[in-house]
Ligand binder design. Structure first.
Ligand SMILES: [Zn+2]
Length: 55
């Protein structure tokens, strides 16, 4: 049996680490600068949700 090595596995997107989406912290504030606990799942724009590095 030959040891199975990972062959040319697709590179994971560095931004979302392969998840395909990123969690963005929603910041609210015009005069009051404060962070909220709200997080928004957003499609990763680097890989467009595929989770793979494009190049
Ligand atoms: Zn990505």
């Amino acid at each position: 049996m030959a040891a199975r090595k990972a062959k040319t596995a697709p590179k994971k997107c560095p931004d979302c680490t392969g998840a395909g989406e990123t969690a963005e912290t929603v910041r609210v504030g015009s005069r009051k600068l404060r962070d909220t606990d709200h997080q928004q799942a957003a499609l990763c724009l680097t890989c467009f949700g595929t989770g793979e590095a494009t190049t």
